[in-house]
Design a protein around this ligand. Structure first.
Ligand code: TYC
Length: 119
């Protein structure tokens, strides 16, 4: 991502009696506030067919979870219908969703994931 240069805006000098440099232009340097990037959570959805072990493996391999954490997330999805796998910048989150779908398709499972902006 390209960074914006500081904005420089011309400021009118004071005019009238007492203004010693009337007619000249003063350049004021104002730094732009840098906003933190918007973040996106990858949400995995439950289904009745994908094996639990496959979901655990996906969480370990694509979302860098240890086995215990992956198992807890998988069980949460199984019970609640959905669960958060991780929070990333938009491009990284979109890539993770693609990777989940690619791995599921290759293995013949209907596992689905989506991304949602974090408030
Ligand atoms: N519900 C699946 C089963 O009983 C397991 C599962 C968990 C599937 C999480 C998808 O995202 C998922 N085999």
């Amino acid at each position: 991502m390209a960074t914006q240069p500081p904005s420089i805006s011309p400021v009118k000098p004071p005019e009238g009696p007492g203004a010693d440099d009337a007619g000249s232009v003063v350049m004021e340097r104002r730094a732009l506030r840098v906003q933190p990037p918007k973040m996106y959570q990858v949400v995995m959805l439950n289904d009745d067919y994908t094996p639990m072990e496959f979901v655990i493996a996906v969480l370990q391999e694509l979302f860098s979870k240890d086995r215990e954490t992956a198992t807890q997330i998988m069980l949460k999805i199984h019970l609640d219908g959905r669960g958060i796998c991780g929070v990333y910048s938009r491009d990284v989150a979109a890539t993770k969703v693609d990777q989940v779908h690619e791995a599921a398709l290759k293995a013949g499972h209907p596992l689905q994931a989506t991304l949602e902006p974090v408030e």
